[in-house]
Design a protein around this ligand. Structure first.
Ligand SMILES: Nc1ncnc2c1ncn2[C@@H]1O[C@H](COP(=O)(O)OP(=O)(O)OP(=O)(O)O)[C@@H](O)[C@H]1O
Ligand SMILES: [Mg+2]
Length: 265
């Protein structure tokens, strides 16, 4: 009896190895032990086994995306504290993370003052896309414009634009902090034009659209750019306090508590 059972388990392990499912292979013994003990049903066991494989695959995709996408940090939806930012509609953010917008090549624009989570949510959308196997790329507006300007000087602008049109999700972070030259604005317009209706762009800005003309140094071009962006677009308008300030306040508070304890000791 146990010999037959052990033989079947060995075959299960061999098949998982054959199917190249190392995550499931690593988890299978533990799951079967709990199934034998009655702690998990047959459906639960299959579910856990597949979940273990999917978790490993997503981790690998994330590792490779972190190497190639230039994402500056790992920020996930699970790490985002919605209670801190009540102006954000959780339903909208959750549904964006289901990635229908990527499927439909729609854009996302995150607007709001410093520290409210614009970059965090832009990265978490890119990470969700990377975990689903899509190619993603991150840059600040200043970085992307600099790389396009460099390519233009080298005579390879068309190739660079093609490379930057390829990712299913491109994050363009920090529109508004650093001014862009007129030439830079033209390059940015070309980039958005190339991606329009082909692939999703996720943009963040501390400035409302009415101020983008000032950032890009050209009202007419800004209007044409915004017109393309908004054609198929989800806007997340965040009004609230900086999360960085909260962290500073927590530090200040714990510092003053320690000081108070020092006095009373
Ligand atoms: N609601 C939140 N829950 C958890 N962490 C948050 C939240 N909002 C912001 N953070 C964290 O606070 C820091 C600042 O957030 P983020 O960089 O996303 O701000 P931002 O809106 O892009 O600001 P800036 O305009 O200055 O670039 C990050 O470390 C981010 O992970
Ligand atoms: Mg930011």
């Amino acid at each position: 009896m146990t010999v037959a059972k052990d033989g079947r388990r060995e075959r299960v392990r061999a098949m998982l190895a054959d199917l190249k499912m190392p995550g499931a292979l690593e988890a299978v013994d533990g799951i079967l032990a709990r199934a034998d003990g009655g702690a998990v049903t047959a459906t639960g066991a299959i579910e856990e086994l597949l979940e273990a494989q999917i978790a490993l695959r997503n981790n690998r995709r994330l590792d490779s995306a972190m190497r190639s996408s230039r994402l500056p940090a790992v920020k996930t939806l699970a790490q985002f504290d919605f209670a801190f930012q009540p102006s954000i509609k959780r339903g909208q953010i959750d549904s964006l993370h289901e990635l229908g917008f990527v499927e439909r090549a729609e854009n996302v624009v995150l607007l709001g003052p410093p520290g409210v989570g614009k970059t965090h949510l832009a990265i978490s959308l890119a990470i969700a896309a990377a975990e689903s196997g899509r190619r993603v790329y991150y840059g600040t507006l200043a970085d992307l414009v600099a790389s396009l300007a460099e390519a233009k000087t080298a005579g390879s602008l068309a190739r660079r634009l093609k490379v930057l049109t390829h990712p299913a999700v491109l994050v363009v972070d920090e529109i508004g902090y650093l001014p862009v030259s007129r030439d830079g604005a033209v390059l940015f317009f070309q980039l958005i034009n190339a991606r329009h209706e082909r692939a999703s762009t996720v943009l963040t800005s501390n400035k409302g659209f009415e101020e983008w003309g000032g950032v890009l140094g050209d009202e007419v071009m800004a209007a044409a750019l915004i017109d393309r962006l908004l054609h198929h677009c989800h806007i997340v308008n965040i009004r609230g306090n900086s999360y960085r300030m909260r962290e500073h306040q927590d530090l200040l508070r714990s510092g003053s508590e320690e000081a108070a304890q020092g006095v009373s000791a």
